[in-house]
Ligand binder design. Structure first.
Ligand code: APR
Length: 261
């Protein structure tokens, strides 16, 4: 992290009021340092493939085998990857703030869970979950035959698909509503590693800021929310998040010691 970013971060003075309700939104950028390609970078997924050829219901209807081959390749890449310091910092932040912390992710890679996060909102689903496109039942890999793609639903013989949200599909309405409720109530909103161009996720930081949250963005590149953020750090998540977690720990420790004195 360059010194200007470090100075900006060190100048940050969070207060006990800021950390009453912390909400974090993550995007593909938090997993980039784990070796998982993002979507819109120059070498990202959408620079090599057309989303409409792979991540739409029409693509799956037309060419389920090709869509599955792409998702199985992504599962393999993700399975080789490990969570990084950014993921672990959020696990620690959750432990420190227990009950005052919400994690919302656009990522489908499950790395937050592998780092130890739980009770998070997966807005776009999870690549490792299999769902029948007809009866919507979910199945573990073990009971499905991946020799033939798409796998066939053991219950209704429908085509099994990855349980992710494709372009043109609706997100789970209750998940979205809960996420927006948390964003509206946030006192501190961290937007981490997202290009902030896909809605409704990209609306969350805006709603949080409109309702009084202190908005921090962490992204090496500028995004549509950079200008409106209270602090926008051109820096990697793995360097900034551990620092923010330590700031929160210091606030909680000093608040606790004041109570004792
Ligand atoms: N730390 C923080 N941010 C990073 C890092 C890093 N180490 N490396 C890259 N980034 C930033 C990039 O600058 C970029 O702005 O992460 C962002 C990733 O943006 P996208 O590739 O657009 O991914 P995301 O914002 O998660 O996409 C949202 O679009 O394709 C759909 O469903 C897919 O969930 C995805 C959604």
């Amino acid at each position: 992290m360059s010194s200007p970013e470090l100075t900006e971060l060190e100048r940050l003075r969070l207060t006990p009021g800021h950390i009453e309700r912390v909400v974090v939104l993550t995007g593909a950028g938090i997993s980039a340092e784990s070796g998982i390609p993002t979507f819109r970078a120059v070498d990202g997924y959408w620079s090599r493939y057309r989303p409409e050829d792979l991540a739409t219901p029409e693509a799956f209807a037309q060419n389920p085998q090709v869509v599955w081959e792409w998702y199985l390749a992504r599962r393999h890449t993700i399975a080789q990857a490990d969570p990084n310091a950014g993921h672990y910092a959020l696990v620690e932040m959750d432990k420190l703030l227990s009950g005052q912390f919400t994690l919302i992710t656009q990522n489908v890679d499950g790395l937050h869970q592998r780092a130890g996060s739980h009770d998070l909102f997966e807005l776009h689903g999870n690549i490792f979950i299999n769902r029948c496109s007809l009866c919507s039942r979910r199945f573990s890999d073990e009971v499905l035959n991946f020799q033939e793609l798409p796998p066939v639903c053991p219950s209704c013989r429908g085509a099994i698909r990855p349980d992710v949200v494709w372009f043109g599909e609706n997100l789970n309405i209750s998940t979205v509503e809960d996420a927006f409720t948390r964003a509206r109530e946030a006192t501190l909103f961290l937007s981490i590693g997202t290009s902030s161009v896909v809605h409704p996720a990209a609306t969350l930081p805006i709603v949080a800021a409109e309702n009084g949250a202190f908005l921090i963005e962490v992204n090496p590149e500028l995004t549509p929310i950079s200008e409106g953020a209270d602090l926008s750090l051109r820096a990697p998540a793995s360097r900034v998040l551990p620092r923010i977690t330590e700031m929160i720990r210091t606030i909680l420790t000093s608040t606790a010691s004041k109570k004792l004195s």
